[in-house]
Design a protein around this ligand. Structure first.
Ligand SMILES: Nc1ncnc2c1ncn2[C@@H]1O[C@H](COP(=O)(O)OP(=O)(O)OP(=O)(O)O)[C@@H](O)[C@H]1O
Ligand SMILES: [Mg+2]
Length: 325
């Protein structure tokens, strides 16, 4: 399959009050035509900055990208005509109805009134907005508004749709509904580039994933191949009333020949093993000998969060939570 996006050594720095933030530090990636490409990373990783450069909204610092065959740096107008973008904050005209918004967006792209109406009806059908089309957008729920925003970004039939955290703030039901809509767009041939910090979303939707942290790419591949890189089952133990140093305990445990490696994460210790069910009884015996009792224990197959933990030493869930508070 052909690459529809090629990013080469993309960089961006922001300077504010004599402090420089290196938001994007040399990113390279390829997106294949027709795929859903997931861009995963915690708050402040540089996802929005990268996306704003690719969509011509922010001048590129260094490097360049080809989007739909055109250089973002030298041919931004050609790029703009071929892409749709829904920002993290969204942007629909609240006092107008959904249908009015769609027609207006079409007219802004130079589509004739007749064609804009036709296209609006098509999108209303595709995004399940029939019952809402004559209602003012300010009365829409969060999920409904998000659906309209995506429909608005599709009005000029873009080849590539950029979605910046499309499901943030939505409940699970709205989120899964939106996932269905995004899959529908893919079936119709649209390439979708989306950012998220929901691991489930990346796992569920993305054909290919890049994981970003602190302005750099730390891993990339299909969700399956990334998880296979962990090559292990994971036993998570949480010692009860444990006063001693957990990293020392992790170190002693990783000395055992059945444990590939051990990592402390919060109150728990993650043990990466070849075969969880065989290793578990041995770990119990080992702990019992040392009079260490457990508050909880679990055995799991690798998840994308484990991939993140492996590459950064932190859990994506924890980093997200810390910074939102
Ligand atoms: N206009 C700006 N001026 C100064 N710093 C900025 C600007 N825009 C972004 N940054 C900084 O660049 C870094 C990356 O921000 P960015 O918005 O790209 O992260 P993100 O991965 O989209 O995070 P989130 O998941 O919270 O949306 C952050 O440290 C941010 O504070
Ligand atoms: Mg962002």
């Amino acid at each position: 399959m052909e690459n529809i996006i090629e990013v080469r050594d993309l960089q961006k720095e922001f300077s504010r009050r004599r402090k420089t933030v290196r938001a994007v530090q040399g990113i390279s990636l390829n997106v294949k035509q027709g795929e859903i490409f997931g861009f995963l990373g915690p708050n402040g990783a540089g996802k929005t900055t990268t996306m704003r450069m690719l969509t011509t909204l922010l001048p590129i610092g260094r490097g360049d990208a080809l989007v739909a065959g055109f250089s973002v740096k030298r041919q931004p107008r050609k790029v703009r005509r071929r892409i749709g973008y829904v920002s993290q904050l969204g942007g629909s005209d609240l006092p107008a109805t959904g249908r009015e918004n769609l027609i207006l967006a079409g007219r802004l792209y130079g589509i004739s009134r007749n064609d804009a109406e036709k296209k609006a009806d098509e999108l209303i059908e595709l995004f399940d907005l029939g019952e809402l089309q004559e209602r003012k957008v300010k009365t829409y729920s969060g999920g409904q508004k998000r659906r309209l925003e995506i429909a608005l970004a599709m009005i000029h039939r873009p080849e590539i749709l950029f979605l910046d955290e499309p499901t943030t703030g939505l409940d699970l039901q709205n989120r899964t509904h939106l996932w269905d809509q995004i899959r529908k767009l893919k079936r119709l041939g649209t390439t979708v580039f989306l950012t998220t910090h929901y691991l489930e979303e990346a796992d569920e939707l993305a054909d290919h994933l890049s994981i970003m942290d602190h302005g750099k790419m730390i891993a990339e591949g299909t969700p399956g191949s990334l998880k296979r890189q962990i090559q292990a089952d994971i036993i998570i133990i949480k010692p009860q009333d444990y006063q001693a140093d957990r990293s020392q305990l992790a170190e002693s445990l990783s000395g055992s020949d059945t444990i590939n490696h051990a990592k402390v994460n919060g109150d728990s210790i993650y043990l990466y093993v070849e075969n969880g069910t065989q290793t578990l009884p041995r770990i119990f015996t080992w702990l019992e000998k040392r009079h260490i009792s457990l508050e909880s224990v679990s055995l799991s197959q690798p998840s994308l969060d484990d991939v993140f933990l492996k590459y950064t030493g932190r859990s994506l869930r924890d980093t997200g939570r810390e910074q939102i508070q």
